[in-house]
Write a protein that binds this ligand. Structure first.
Ligand code: GLN
Length: 263
């Protein structure tokens, strides 16, 4: 009797653990809650019909389809994503998020699935030609991003932080900032809409790796995501998703120097 009771308690604990970590066995209908900031095209954005779209959204849809889960997208401020993962509100953060030492103190990251760059966007004809020219300038960034960290280290930088990358770009078109530091693919998407006014400087500032963030110690979900990422890389799904969203930008990405292996 006693042994059955202990067994039942153990079973219940294991089931609730699987439920709360969002990693029940394949084939169940557990939800997978993904925290993101849908202001980062082509990785995540809101389409005209109000649906969430982009590279990250499609990757997660595939993972959910393949593992029998229902995808729930939580669209929140970029700097709230890690707190949402650590508190367990979301199972994972998927937001074109760069692996950094600082973030690794709070969350675990999956295998990287994308190599990116920070770039400098300036008005056409600007005297700013590279990183050295940013000293003492008004720099626009999205709050809490690697672009923010990077630009904040520039000597005398007058930091202008915005909730959305698009707002930083708007400020640039209005001459309220001198340059914007942002990830390469969103830069292309935003500049394409202002191609008469803005350009992206050729020299990238950094190379970075995007990965998904999960709560520290949620090894079951981490390994599920890693397995799926590796499968999608091996079977061409990842490349197909990228090609669909990067469109003509693909050529430019291929021309950039090859990214380093993930750390
Ligand atoms: N890659 C950048 C970072 O991780 C920006 C991500 C974003 O704005 N969604 O900080």
């Amino acid at each position: 009797m006693k042994i059955w009771k202990s067994f039942a308690i153990l079973l219940c604990s294991l089931m609730s653990l699987a439920f709360f970590s969002g990693c029940g066995k394949n084939g169940d209908t557990t939800k997978l809650v993904m925290a993101t900031n849908a202001e980062f095209p082509p990785f995540e954005f809101k389409a005209e019909d109000g649906s969430f779209q982009g590279i990250d959204i499609e990757i997660m849809k595939h993972i959910c389809e393949r593992t029998g889960r229902e995808l729930v997208v939580e669209d929140i401020a970029f700097d709230s994503i890690i707190p949402s993962v650590t508190s367990g509100k979301a199972h994972c953060g998927v937001a074109g998020m760069t692996i950094t030492e600082d973030r690794l103190r709070n969350v675990d990251f999956t295998t990287p699935y994308y190599e990116a760059f920070q770039v400098i966007v300036v008005p056409k004809g600007s005297a700013i030609q590279g990183a050295d020219d940013l000293k003492g300038k008004r720099i626009g960034v999205q709050t809490g991003t690697t672009g923010d960290t990077l630009a904040s280290d520039i000597e005398g930088a007058d930091m202008n932080r915005f909730g959305k990358g698009a707002e930083a770009i708007l400020a640039l078109t209005q001459n309220k900032v001198d340059a914007v530091v942002i990830d390469n693919e969103p830069a292309k998407a935003f500049v394409a809409k202002n191609s008469d006014k803005l350009v992206i400087l050729e020299e990238p500032l950094t190379k970075e790796s995007y990965a998904m963030a999960v709560r520290k110690g949620n090894d079951e979900l981490l390994s599920l995501l890693n397995t799926q990422i590796e499968l999608m890389m091996a079977d061409g799904t990842m490349a197909a998703i990228r090609a669909k969203y990067e469109g003509t930008a693909e050529e430019e990405t291929a021309a950039t120097p090859s990214a380093p292996a993930a750390e």
